[in-house]
Design a binder for this molecule. Structure first.
Ligand SMILES: [Zn+2]
Length: 345
């Protein structure tokens, strides 16, 4: 099969296109002929190499995909050859304390398709049958591939970790990335008031079209937290969704209301911060980490997507042969929405 893979860690140039053996499904696994795959920042971390992300080479990149079931391993009964499917990219042991609680993304062995196992930038991928779900009928192949990782991550941040409720306000930083945009869509559908930040007026304009209520350009607004306070009548926001990291940490402490919940899932501006503990306890803030989501959260996400007709935002589509160029666009931060690869030849 054709695939985009790496034989070593490094810059964009290590991404190669070539033929690899077809992956065969083992017991409880399904082989999917991929129609489309979507990029995530995780692909860049995997390509560059980080502790805990050291798959054997050659390694096929990519966590998100959508396609048609092509072969079943022994014991698979929840799908059949020819089914149009998407899949939860999370991989967990299934037997530990956290898996048995239904918190698969807290499993000690938790990893993802494309990180700890061969990925989706290929014509075929093998995934556990329990991760397989019917493709939402209203989504194109590209939209279906763009859904899982970003929307599942945003779902867990908003509804499981921050316990967002209708009528609350939520500040979402760095509109343009997949998780931030997914959070705008999901928070808006949940009846929350959404305040979006970006350095780009065009991206902010699109965020308003997607359901954001207020936009703040942080490159032309010197005091973002002050602006958030003004927007909320001096009160501050209930929830903050942060995929940015160190750069927005000081803003969050000021912009959150007393008792506010701040959820982190990314470090694109760095992982290390200074924390004013007196502000933390005086304002009774909750600082929450979040990674991916559980099987149940994925099921709930799909239920909402099917019932509301929600569609992921697609930035651009590249053929699989141009996986390197697609990663270049993501690394430059130019995208608004998901960058997608078409996998079928
Ligand atoms: Zn486990």
């Amino acid at each position: 099969m054709k695939a985009a893979y790496i034989k070593q860690n490094g810059a964009m140039e290590v991404v190669e296109i070539g033929d690899l053996p077809n992956p065969e499904p083992g017991p409880g696994q399904v082989q999917v002929a991929l129609k489309a795959a979507a990029l995530n920042h995780l692909d860049i971390w995997v390509r560059k190499g980080r502790p805990g992300m050291e798959p054997p080479f050659p390694h096929v990149l990519g966590s998100d995909g959508a396609g048609v079931v092509q072969a079943l391993g022994d014991g698979v009964s929840n799908c059949t050859v020819g089914d149009e499917v998407i899949f939860d990219p999370g991989l967990s042991c299934g037997t530990c304390e956290w898996c048995l609680r239904g918190e698969q993304s807290e499993c000690a062995d938790f990893t993802l398709i494309g990180a700890g196992a061969p990925g989706t930038f290929a014509e075929q991928v093998v995934v556990p049958a329990k991760n397989i779900h019917p493709k939402p009928a209203h989504l194109s192949w590209e939209e279906a591939a763009a859904l899982p990782l970003a929307h599942l991550t945003a779902w867990r941040m908003l509804f499981s970790r921050a316990q967002l409720r209708a009528g609350e306000s939520v500040l979402i930083h760095g509109i343009g990335g997949g998780v931030a945009l997914a959070a705008v869509q999901l928070a808006s559908k949940a009846g929350a008031r959404v305040i979006a930040t970006s350095s780009c007026d065009v991206k902010l304009g699109k965020a308003l079209e997607l359901g954001a209520d207020t936009s703040i350009n942080y490159s032309t607004t010197p005091k973002v937290a002050r602006q958030v306070l003004d927007t909320t009548g001096g009160r501050g926001v209930d929830v903050i969704i942060d995929t940015v990291g160190a750069g927005t940490w000081p803003i969050n402490f000021e912009a959150a209301r007393k008792g506010g919940r701040i959820v982190h899932c990314g470090i694109t501006t760095g992982p290390t911060v200074e924390c004013n503990l007196s502000l933390l306890y005086w304002k009774q803030l909750s600082i929450l980490g979040s990674t991916m989501g559980s099987s149940e959260e994925f099921r709930c996400l799909l239920s909402l997507v099917n019932s509301t007709g929600l569609k992921p935002v697609i930035d651009s589509t590249y053929p699989l042969d141009e996986a390197q160029a697609a990663q270049g666009r993501m690394e430059a931060g130019k995208q608004f929405g998901k960058i997608v690869l078409t996998c079928a030849s």
